[in-house]
Design a protein around this ligand. Structure first.
Ligand code: ZN
Length: 398
């Protein structure tokens, strides 16, 4: 008898997960259409739907066109119910957000690591609590963490996070003990790639690569709908492909890596260097000549003002990224390459150069039909992607 009950509960959870998926992918949609797609009886759909509504997961949204009788009530994913926290831990700090099941960001917090005052994990906790405070009226179901570096997703352990000199840190246990919520951990670029599948450019797309371009550069690779992690969880370290001959030394110990020429830091560094050699730039004017104060916002403002110096540097950066994308295209022949992360705020100034290099350097048979696009989630891809790690576990047994 025990087995029978267990089976029934499992089937119920599987049905609820399937109904949720259909509403997520195709909503607004009627109960009758869901029943048809899933080949379930209308009674099964109705009873599960009632629970999903009670649970703050789906809701009704008006009526559709009648095919004879009563107008059907349409269902969508609820924006007003439960939410998840997304935590993006990058090289210099942490960003957190409360995200609804529709991908809407309700509140955010940001904190640079106060390395001199101690451990990074306390900054992470402070940032999580700041957001929890903002959304006290919402039920939070879990916390997803997109972590810089290499993450063993079977154990939720940060295997290696070079920026924090961290090895084998059990982030899941630490945060769960402090916050009393289930925690899900993955590499940051992998989390972003999954977020793009739930809420962005890669809906219904099976083979794609997400490029996280920001303070570093990494890739989340999705093949046949699943994240490809490699045998040691280190797949997608695209930042360490050599793209520059006679290049500078990288944190990995090699020379000329993409990470040394195509990040926020390198764009700022190259702009400052150009100004030092006498090149005129709006960036220098924006900081009243204090070039050490040039930051990524200065670069964004200078690019928007059409500054030739900054635009040239962004074009050169785009070409380097394009070289790496050409390797991705030749090896994986994906449907799509998505450019996201904090540097995607400058994406419009780099995409032409990226595409030009990527298509001209890859084999035509591999690049035919490959779309290179900017993330819809842009600089919020990190926190939204991280929240998606939690949402994927909404029905843990299904
Ligand atoms: Zn490197």
């Amino acid at each position: 008898m025990g087995y029978n009950t267990g089976d029934k509960q499992l089937i119920k959870e599987i049905n609820k997960a399937s109904i949720f998926q259909v509403v997520h992918d195709l909503g607004p949609i009627s109960r009758a259409d869901i029943a048809k797609i899933l080949r379930l009886t209308s009674a099964t759909v109705s009873s599960n739907m009632a629970e999903l509504i009670d649970d703050g997961i789906v809701c009704e949204v008006g009526t559709g066109v009648s095919s004879g009788g009563r107008k059907p009530v349409l269902m969508i994913i609820s924006d007003a119910g439960i939410c998840y926290l997304g935590v993006d831990i990058h090289k210099d700090g942490v960003e957190t957000a409360a995200v609804t099941l529709t991908g809407r960001v309700l509140a955010t917090a940001e904190r640079p690591f106060q390395r001199e005052n101690g451990d990074f994990e306390h900054d992470v906790l402070a940032c999580i609590r700041a957001v929890r405070n903002e959304v006290r009226d919402r039920e939070i179901r879990g916390i997803g963490i997109g972590m810089h570096g290499i993450v063993d997703t079977t154990k939720s352990i940060s295997v290696f996070a070079p920026a924090m000199s961290l090895r084998n840190f059990d982030l899941k246990t630490f945060i769960e003990r402090e916050e009393h919520l289930p925690v899900f951990v993955d590499n940051d670029a992998n989390a972003m790639a999954l977020g793009e599948n739930w809420f962005g450019q890669a809906k219904q797309i099976k083979n794609y690569v997400f490029l996280n371009v920001g303070r570093g550069i990494g890739a989340g690779i999705v093949l046949n709908g699943e994240v490809f992690r490699g045998s040691g969880f280190a797949a997608g370290e695209i930042g360490h492909i050599r793209v520059a001959d006679n290049g500078v030394k990288c944190v990995c110990g090699k020379y000329g890596c993409l990470d040394t020429v195509a990040t926020e830091y390198t764009v700022i560094r190259d702009t400052i260097n150009a100004i030092h050699t006498g090149v005129e730039s709006e960036a220098a004017r924006l900081v009243q000549g204090n070039v050490a104060e040039i930051n990524i916002q200065t670069i964004i403002d200078a690019a928007a003002a059409g500054d030739a110096c900054v635009l040239d540097i962004l074009k050169k950066t785009g070409r380097y990224i394009g070289v790496a994308v050409s390797y991705i295209i030749n090896i994986l022949n994906p449907d799509m390459v998505i450019l996201g992360g904090s540097m995607s705020r400058l994406g419009e100034y780099m995409t032409d150069a990226i595409s030009e290099a990527a298509y001209s350097l890859s084999m035509k048979e591999c690049s035919d039909g490959v779309r290179i696009v900017l993330s819809d989630l842009r600089e919020r891809a990190g926190v939204i992607g991280a929240a998606t790690l939690g949402m994927r576990n909404l029905f843990p047994r299904a």
